[in-house]
Design a protein around this ligand. Structure first.
Ligand code: HXC
Length: 260
């Protein structure tokens, strides 16, 4: 491994990935994004990992955005490369076979909010603050925020968030559907791990297929999307786990899924 800015810990079937630059509120520079990319590749290839949690080091921030000091010197061409790098890494996170939970433990601003939006499920601590403050800096969201935000909340609200640079506290973010749950800071990791373990106990291939059905279906029209769902439903019937799941139910037993 030998990463400077990312911690990756495995706990049973869970992987916890921590953005670890607390002195700058876990701001994302080029090196951090490249390390994140490697960590994501590692997780994608690891069949033991059934659920991923992404969080930020320290008590103050998830990720306070792209590193502003790093961006100060970028030429337009380098800015485009930086944007494309972040977009590529965040898309990899979005398309990881395993579900990804963002444990938002404080500021999730700019690139931090964009990272959280690339995750499947967002859980915020009570002290979390979310927003897209880029226009305050005379720039725009460039890690997918202008696209994922209007897909997640309604387009009018997304535009308000992008145009005003307002910060939303956890409750407000919950009200608009930007986060699924708000929990006390001290309980955040337990809450996320608890949910992750519940997911990890389900049929792992079925969970992956569910993620694929939602992600790919959202890019299709409804007729094609439901046809795709039927194909994925058929794929589930090619697994040993569906025999196990259905037989266990009928025998009134707990299923023991093998990820096969
Ligand atoms: C670099 C950052 C940073 C960032 C905080 N720091 N955010 N450094 N990039 N995004 C640094 C501060 O400079 C400071 O360093 C230390 O972290 C602690 O932050 P403070 O500002 O002292 O803390 P506080 O007063 O509590 O304010 C917290 C804050 C504020 C509200 C989150 O730090 C802030 O507004 N940060 C910037 C948020 C932002 O604009 N994010 C969007 C970036 S643009 P020192 O050395 O002074 O201790 C973006 C674009 C994405 O994300 C797309 C790119 C293609």
């Amino acid at each position: 491994m030998g990463w400077n800015n990312i911690l990756l810990e495995k706990e049973d079937n869970l992987a916890v990935m921590t953005i670890n630059r607390p002195k700058v509120l876990n701001a994302l520079n080029g090196e951090t994004l490249r390390e994140l990319d490697e960590a994501v590749e590692q997780i994608a290839a690891d069949d033991e990992v059934r659920v991923v949690i992404i969080t930020g080091a320290g008590e103050k921030a998830f990720v306070a955005g792209a590193d502003i000091a790093f961006m100060q010197t970028l030429t337009p061409l380098e800015a485009r490369q930086f944007s494309r790098l972040g977009q590529k890494v965040f898309s990899k996170i979005e398309n990881l076979p395993q579900p990804v939970i963002a444990a938002i433990n404080g500021f999730a601003l700019g690139g931090g909010c964009e990272l959280a939006m690339a995750c499947d499920i967002r859980i915020a601590s009570e002290n979390a603050k979310l927003g897209q403050p880029e226009v305050n800096l005379g720039i725009i969201a460039g890690f997918g925020g202008t696209q994922r935000l209007p897909r997640l909340v309604n387009p009018g609200l997304a535009k308000e968030i992008l145009f005003t640079a307002d910060m939303y506290d956890a409750e407000a973010a919950h009200r608009i559907g930007l986060v699924n749950h708000v929990v006390p800071a001290a309980e955040l990791m337990n809450f996320c791990k608890n949910m992750a373990r519940r997911i990890a106990a389900r049929g792992p291939i079925a969970v992956r297929l569910s993620k694929e059905a939602v992600n790919e279906g959202l890019e299709m029209d409804l007729e094609k999307a439901i046809a795709h769902e039927a194909d994925l439903f058929a794929v589930a019937f090619a697994t040993e786990d569906r025999n196990e799941g259905i037989s266990a139910f009928l025998a009134k037993k707990k299923p023991e899924f093998k990820n096969k």
